[in-house]
Design a protein around this ligand. Structure first.
Ligand code: ADP
Ligand code: MG
Length: 245
């Protein structure tokens, strides 16, 4: 579904991603863990074309985005962008749009889906996210957890093949965190392909098929969730997990 090979990225001459390779298969859930500053967000921003790689190959299925850091034309990048959805730490909803309009805006304006169909799809997604009754509210009338679930609905409305989450719960209180993690867990049960940067170790262990531990711009260790979280092999992974207990 997504293949990244030997990715490199520097900011002002400082390397942030050093030779990262990561493939995600259809239906797979990958959790990325690691200390702050390790390059997790940069990795997600490069995967979602918000940043450009300096070197490395990136493709979405047959759509080749970058070869050795040389990027495809605009039309090809637009095709790649249709493949994924992205949810950040801070919801990023349009503050002046209703929740419903937030979810149906891109399907109508970008995908040119019929308004009636887009609205029906948006209402169904909001219901699935536990947000029926919130359609006509504006984001500031919702709790942080509700806003984050609306952001997830908005990303899903574009029918992505893979969803990326960058610390989706780190701005939330514990009880609001639980409701967001629950909807992500439900997506995993439906075989949604997902890459999730998270500090929630028990969630990662429960939901992820594979866990990737990143530190200092490299993948230090990766493997089955139970292996990496319960029996880490590398000293740096052990130290990171011990600190979080
Ligand atoms: P993480 O998400 O694991 O905390 P980041 O990818 O945010 O790590 O950051 C990795 C490193 O890259 C940090 O040292 C950070 O300061 C640096 N960095 C990230 N984005 C930028 C940027 N746009 N300009 C300069 N430095 C950046
Ligand atoms: Mg980050």
């Amino acid at each position: 579904m997504v293949t990244l090979d030997r990715a490199q990225k520097s900011f002002g001459g400082v390397p942030v991603l050093r030779d990262i390779s990561l493939s995600v298969a259809s239906g797979e859930v990958v959790a990325i863990i690691g200390p702050s500053g390790g390059g997790k967000s940069t990795l997600l921003r490069c995967l979602t074309l918000l940043e450009r790689l300096d070197a490395g190959d990136l493709s979405y299925g047959e759509v080749e985005v970058s070869r050795s850091g040389s990027y495809a034309d605009k039309a090809t990048l637009a095709r790649a962008r249709e493949r994924f959805g992205l949810v950040f730490q801070n919801y990023n909803l349009f503050p002046h749009f209703s929740v419903l309009r937030n979810v149906m805006d891109a399907p109508v304006c970008v995908q040119k889906r019929g308004r009636a169909q887009a609205e029906a799809d948006a209402r169904a997604l909001l219901d699935k996210m536990g947000l029926s009754g919130c359609e006509e509210k504006v984001p500031c009338q919702l709790s942080g957890g509700q806003q984050q679930r609306a952001s997830i609905a908005r990303a899903l409305a574009m029918n992505p093949q893979v969803m990326f989450f960058d610390e989706p719960t780190s701005a939330l209180d514990p009880e609001l965190t639980a409701e967001v993690l629950r909807v992500i867990k439900n997506l995993a049960a439906e075989d949604m392909t997902m890459v999730i940067v998270t500090h929630e170790m028990s969630f990662a262990r429960e939901v992820a098929d594979r866990v990737v531990f990143m530190d200092g711009g490299v993948i230090v260790e990766e493997g089955l969730a139970t292996q990496v979280i319960e029996h880490p092999r590398e000293a740096r992974t052990q130290a990171f997990l011990a600190q979080r207990e």
